[in-house]
Design a protein around this ligand. Sequence first.
Ligand code: SF4
Length: 344
Amino acid sequence: MALDNPVTVLGGLATECDRSPSAQPPGLVTPTLLEVIRNENHYRSRNWEREVATRYVLGFRDAVVEASFFQHYQNSHHVKDVVELPTSFGCPVGCRHCASAFLRASRQLRFEELIGSFEFIAERHAVQNSDRVLVTFSGIGEGAFQKPNLSATCRAISSAYPRAYFTLTTVGFDPSFVSFAALLAREIELHYLQISYLHYEQRMLLQIIPRAEMLGFDFEKLVEAIRRERDVNVRLNYVVISRFNDSRQDAEGVAARLEGLQDRLVLRVSRLNETEPSKLYSLIPPTVDAVLAVRDVFRNRGFTAYEFVAARNDNLNCGQLAGTYKRMGGHTSSVSESGDQSDG
Ligand code: SF4
């Protein structure tokens, strides 16, 4: 079903589009709205504890993606608005805990599709050009595959929404992504480069990301890059999985390798978000106490560390998909709205 209202063109976007390194033809791609999922959840996090989420399942010609608008609150105080965008349909990295593993195909989104998704959400939520809004790319996708389109997208949004700020995300196999983020931070307000990480030992990482070796994962090189690029704020998202990386020894191993970066890094200690693939591979979310124990190891080593735990699984977190299209082989034909999808 086509949208009732065409997506509005960002002010000055054509100019930015012309500058896009991806050399895509200028013009926006308007996504088709396939499904809306609304939910409210509570979290243990750093400076907010309640999230009001609206997830949109959006169709492009040969891809279905999910993009979100999150409102974060501490008690009744509004903390921030977040537009979360995916960067690909499926993902070639193939992490075993990620819902994208159930999508049969994968392709990177084009610049026009990234902007079209942002504008779709901005219009639905009446985001004004003068609003302060965080734009994250923590939906499905790996930032390192999307450098030209990410820089063009961030610049275009930043130009039209001067108070927008950004979080880039990666799983960290390409250390040059840290330099890329540092360069981009000279042009836009970069909140964080978020690096999700599972284990410093390659043999362990391979259990979750079998393509880690092929992709050139090297924790030492990644840490070197972080040490070198002093102008980029890095958040290491340590995803805790029961009996995989939740021991004191595991956390001490990570902390030892990050020694000296206490003033440069924030460590977010996240409980694994359960997905259908994670269940298939018997990857189990840890208890909250286990997450807190890992957090405390990092704190005792002098790092700023905080826990990130959803009160209940709503399939609206990193690496999760909530739309019903997955069961239909990647296609869905009509718009549906629901208040709470507890199982995706
Ligand atoms: S966790 Fe990120 S990098 Fe890994 S498969 Fe999912 S989207 Fe790709």
